[in-house]
Every structure is written in structure tokens, then in C-alpha cells.
Write a protein that binds this ligand. Structure first.
Ligand SMILES: *Cc1c(COP(=O)(O)O)cnc(C)c1O
Length: 351
């Protein structure tokens, strides 16, 4: 097989959900964010496993993702849409029983006209200035909106991955002020906010990245493992170049393995020479530039070259790889390409 193998450990995923769930009080609901195809790992498979772990509510970015997820999950779990009710979404929201998180007066008008009585939530802007109603808009609309009985009122933290950032407390205060006296379930926190402690939990938390093994949930178990097949191994004499732009030159007689996967598979070119692959425990540096479909790897020091080299494994997390590429684990995961063979292991039941 010429493609890499992306193994997704559903037991680890579910263990991460349980561990995050255990960080809030029992009466706080722990939902799961499965936008962007479950952070690149397959929204349907991921959500079905999390259902077995106990998740009852899922969040996606847009209604189209919600529609696909509904097919995978069947009628029971609640599916919420962060982008709210966009023009021409009404049929999809209705037919697939999706719950939009309404972001603006315009969306509210659209929703109440097109789908009166259809469940909805409200997203408030507590300071991030990305989605949701501003405090003054909410002040004016809240009486009318509350009369329509939203299922959730939520907001989102801009800096929750930095516990000491004063923005966290500012947003907490703003959210409290905007929701004071409301008789409705409230939600403020994603993964980072869960780790900030009980003040930030309210009635429902919405972890994403922590489920998939990424920071800021440092205790997370790794969920994605990626092994890449070695296509060819060649000797390169001292002074000979490797790859595009001849960016690598062998300093001594070297053994170079050419491995099948490249930037078209989400191994972004910016990781350049800082990335390593692993032969079991042994690190093997990239030699030269990342190509579209191939990597060249220095394996001179290996006693024998295995059939596969690992790029996501026990020795290199998504965040390690992100660091080499100057990005974040979220981008590494959601960039994982469509060409990999995907294998799902475990079923989410505790081992
Ligand atoms: C993506 C997202 C989440 C999940 O965030 P993580 O940092 O991945 O846990 C929660 N809420 C909103 C509004 C989001 O956009």
C-alpha cells in the first residue's frame, strides 16, 4: 500500500472525554465539539464512539456538517450549529432537527419567521468579537428572545489556553452580567475553559481539542497515530543533494528513505527541516524539503530500515509536530489528508 495509515484510537478519545467530564461537577453536562469532520478524524465515527461514552450533545460549525452528522448518529443526540441560522438553512435545520446557535438579530428574525417553535440557542459576544450578540443588542432583544425559550445561551473565550490572561476574568464577568437572572442553561467553556476551574463551567462545557489529544489538555491521551510507508531507500554520497532546491546535502555517505506522504496530505511544508520521523523509538530527521507527496528522511543511523516510519506516535504528539511547523495542534489535526488509509481501533468502552 502506497498511502500512510492513520490510526484513530477511539478508546483514547473516549477516555479523554471521560477525563474532561470528570473535571466538572456531575450536574455539568459535557458535550463534544466535532466540527471540521471531528478535527480531521471523522465526525461520524468519533461522535458515535462518544455517544457510547455518554455524550448526548454535539456541536458543529455549520448546518451542512450537522446534516451529515445526523445521518451518522440517528435521531436522538442533540446537534448544535455554531454558525447559527444562515440564509437558506431552514429546511436543513428543520428536516435534520439541528439546533442553531443564533448570532445576530438578523438570524433571530430569520429563525422565528422561518421555523417558529424550532429549538435554538443564543450566542453572546463576551469580548472575542467573532460571533454572537453584543451586550447592547442583547439588552434590547433579551425579553423577546427569552419568551421564545432558547435551549442554551453560550459564549466563547478568546484566551482560555492562557490561564493567567486577564481576558478570561473579563469575559467571565461580561458573560455573568449578560446572563444574570436568566432561567436557561448556560455555557462558556471549551477545553481551555474547563481547565480554568468551576467558575467557568456553568451548565454545559464544550470540549473539542482535548478529546482529540491536543493542548491545552496536557493529560490527554494521543488519539491519532500516523505511519508512513517507505517507498525507496538509497545511498547518497558525501556532497550529493536531496530533494527540491537541493536544500539538503549529505555530509557523509548517507542512507535516505523516501516516504509516501507530503504537504498534500497535511504534512505542511513549513515543518521543513525541524520535523522528525520515528523508527520505533529512534528519531530520523527530514532531509530536505517536504514535497507534495513525499518526504525524504535520513536513516543512515538505523541498523535496518523498517517498512514504515511514524510521524505521529508516542514520541511525537500533534503538538510536537505543530511546534516544528510553527503552528498549533488544531491545524495539524484538521489538515490530515484524505489519502491516508484510516483505521479505527477500540470502541470507546473503558479498558
Ligand atoms: C471550536 C469551538 C469549541 C471547541 O474548542 P476547543 O478549544 O477545541 O476545545 C467550543 N466552542 C466554540 C464556540 C468553538 O468554536
Amino acid at each position: 500500500m502506497g498511502t500512510g495509515t492513520l490510526s484513530i484510537d477511539l478508546d483514547a478519545l473516549c477516555a479523554n472525554w471521560r477525563a474532561l467530564d470528570a473535571l466538572s461537577a456531575p450536574e455539568v453536562e459535557t458535550a463534544a465539539v466535532v466540527k471540521a469532520d471531528g478535527y480531521g478524524l471523522g465526525a461520524g465515527r468519533v461522535a458515535r464512539a462518544l455517544t457510547r461514552a455518554g455524550a448526548r450533545r454535539f456541536f458543529v460549525a455549520v448546518a451542512e456538517e450537522g446534516a451529515a452528522l445526523r445521518q451518522a448518529l440517528g435521531p436522538d443526540p442533540e446537534i448544535c450549529v455554531f454558525a447559527g441560522h444562515m440564509a437558506a438553512d431552514a429546511d436543513m435545520l428543520h428536516d435534520l432537527a439541528l439546533t442553531p446557535m443564533l448570532n445576530s438579530i438578523e438570524q433571530m428574525t430569520r429563525h422565528f419567521e422561518a421555523l417558529p417553535g424550532h429549538p435554538f440557542g443564543v450566542q453572546l459576544d463576551s469580548g472575542m468579537n467573532r460571533l454572537g450578540l453584543e451586550p447592547t443588542e442583547w439588552q434590547a432583544a433579551r425579553g423577546i428572545v427569552m419568551a421564545q425559550r432558547p435551549v442554551l445561551v453560550m459564549s466563547h473565550l478568546a484566551c482560555a489556553d492562557e490561564p493567567d490572561d486577564p481576558m478570561n476574568a473579563r469575559q467571565l464577568a461580561a458573560f455573568r452580567e449578560m446572563t444574570e437572572g436568566l432561567d436557561v442553561p448556560l455555557s462558556l467553556s471549551a477545553t481551555g475553559g474547563i481547565l480554568l476551574g468551576p467558575d467557568y463551567h456553568f451548565d454545559l462545557v464544550r470540549p473539542g481539542i482535548g478529546l482529540y489529544g491536543g493542548l491545552p489538555f496536557a493529560e490527554a491521551r494521543a488519539v491519532a497515530h500516523l505511519a508512513l510507508p517507505v517507498v525507496q531507500v538509497r545511498e547518497v554520497a558525501a556532497g550529493e543533494p536531496v530533494g527540491y532546491g537541493c536544500a539538503f546535502t549529505a555530509e557523509e555517505l548517507s542512507l535516505i528513505a523516501t516516504v509516501s506522504a507530503g504537504y498534500a496530505d497535511g504534512l505542511i511544508r513549513a515543518m521543513g527541516a525541524r520535523a522528525v520521523l520515528f523508527a520505533g523509538e529512534v528519531p530520523c530527521p527530514l532531509a530536505g524539503r517536504v514535497s507534495m507527496d513525499l518526504l525524504t528522511v535520513d536513516v543512515t543511523h538505523l541498523p535496518s530500515v523498517p517498512s514504515h516510519l511514524d510521524i505521529l506516535c508516542a514520541h511525537q504528539s500533534v503538538d510536537d509536530l505543530a511546534e516544528a511547523a510553527g503552528t498549533i495542534g488544531y491545524e495539524i489535526l484538521t489538515s490530515l489528508g484524505a489519502r491516508y488509509g484510516r483505521r479505527y481501533g477500540g470502541d470507546g468502552t473503558p479498558s
